[in-house]
Design a protein. Structure first.
Ligand code: HEM
Length: 369
């Protein structure tokens, strides 16, 4: 990957894409770029290039950004999400796959259904939702192509939900926000493939490391998957004035990138960074060095929802054991990071020996914490 080659040059380097860009991945760079919303603007960044993200909160800049987040945030805090736990667990139980299944496909269908439940009480037309979200799974150029008729149909369907929302749905709680339908559409897109790909990778790694198949230690596994495969692998901003970083001057209108992927695999920050080792999250994590959901005021609006979906979707698999059959988990870069796939895994009833192994892992992680 071009980025990994660039990272050999140091913590900050230049790339020539269709326009010159400056990339950094060390904590001090992440802190600089993500904390100052006045200097590092979203308008003109990569998000503007795809119709899925070009709108709503994603392209709102300071000072309007803060007020808009204050309107949206409370509805996506853990406390507000709690009433959905039970309904989402039911969705997953209804969707459990056969003994042998392809994890990426199962994760996509299940996350789509779970998001529909939270956003619209499960009422949105399933075919329309699938048609709208599926291009996000595909490589360049699919997520970037304009699909005006499809987007107009999707917006109308969301507007209808906002006008007559399912009780308790996000369509109801966000209905009072300006451009509610656009916010819901952008959030749905931002939350779909990111969460689905993370879930697929988690299933694959649990199948290769069945000793981690334990509900108690799922949060550590989820963090480790988000570290190795941050689906939001690259974030971008545009400078609104000249910024001096060390002895380098970045002129106004410079496109700057931060990369959770590079930060998460930096050997300066992580020991043996390429290794899957959820136990590392029983300890502390490097400040501004672990940012699967970004950081600062623009941090992912769906952080708690994504974590909740992942935990609930993975829990039933901990009742048994998973085995990797065949697959390619290598990350492929696109709008988001996705596994090469397919990822074929098998569910098996738990054996006493592996249950004992899992208990030991759980105890070790609890001791470390
Ligand atoms: C594992 C799943 C997810 C990952 C890895 C992820 C990652 C990210 C990242 C890295 C950002 C910051 C982008 C930047 O700095 O420019 C972000 C922003 C955002 N995410 Fe997520 N996301 C996930 C799930 C979700 C979900 C479920 C939602 C649904 C509500 C969502 C909605 C958003 C929105 C609306 C923003 C823009 C926030 C703003 O600009 O203020 N994401 N996400």
């Amino acid at each position: 990957m071009l980025l990994q080659e660039g990272a050999q040059l140091g913590g900050m380097f230049r790339l020539r894409l269709w326009r010159p860009v400056v990339v950094g991945y060390r904590p001090e760079w992440n802190r600089l770029v993500l904390r100052d919303l006045e200097t590092f603007r979203s308008r003109g960044s990569f998000s503007a290039l795809t119709p899925y993200l070009a709108g709503g909160i994603v392209l709102t800049d300071a000072p309007a950004h803060r007020e808009r987040r204050q309107a949206l945030n409370p509805h996506l805090f853990t406390r507000s999400l709690r009433p959905w736990e039970h309904r989402l667990a039911e969705v997953v139980e209804r969707s459990l796959p056969p003994a042998r299944f392809e994890a990426l496909e199962w994760a996509s269908t299940t996350v789509r259904t779970m998001l529909d439940e939270v956003f619209f009480g499960g009422r949105l037309d399933g075919d329309l939702l699938a048609a709208f979200l599926n291009p996000l799974h595909r490589g360049f150029p699919h997520p970037f192509l304009p699909r005006r008729r499809l987007f107009a149909r999707m917006t109308r369907a969301i507007e209808a939900e906002v006008a007559d929302p399912a009780p308790g749905s996000l369509a109801e709680s966000l209905g009072h926000v300006d451009d509610a339908a656009e916010e819901l559409r952008v959030s749905l897109a931002a939350g779909f493939d990111t969460t689905a790909h993370t879930l697929a990778w988690a299933l694959w790694h649990l199948s290769e490391h069945p000793e981690w198949c334990d509900v108690e230690t799922l949060p550590l596994v989820i963090d480790e998957i988000l570290r190795l495969y941050p689906s939001g692998w690259l974030g971008s901003r545009v400078t609104s004035c000249e910024v001096v970083v060390g002895d380098v001057a970045l002129p106004t209108d410079t496109l700057v990138l931060y990369s959770p992927f590079l930060s998460h695999r930096d050997p300066v920050l992580w020991s043996d960074p390429q290794r899957f080792d959820p136990a590392r999250f029983a300890g502390s994590r490097p400040a501004w060095g672990f940012l699967p959901f970004g950081a600062g005021e623009r941090t992912c609006l769906g952080t708690h929802l994504a974590r909740m979906i992942l935990r609930i979707a993975l829990a039933p698999f901990c009742r048994g054991e998973l085995r990797a059959v065949a697959g390619d988990p290598t990350p492929k870069a696109g709008l988001t990071l996705r596994p090469g796939g397919p990822l074929v895994v098998e569910r098996r009833p738990v054996s006493l020996a592996s249950a004992e192994g899992r208990r030991r892992v759980g105890e070790r992680a609890a001791d470390d914490a």
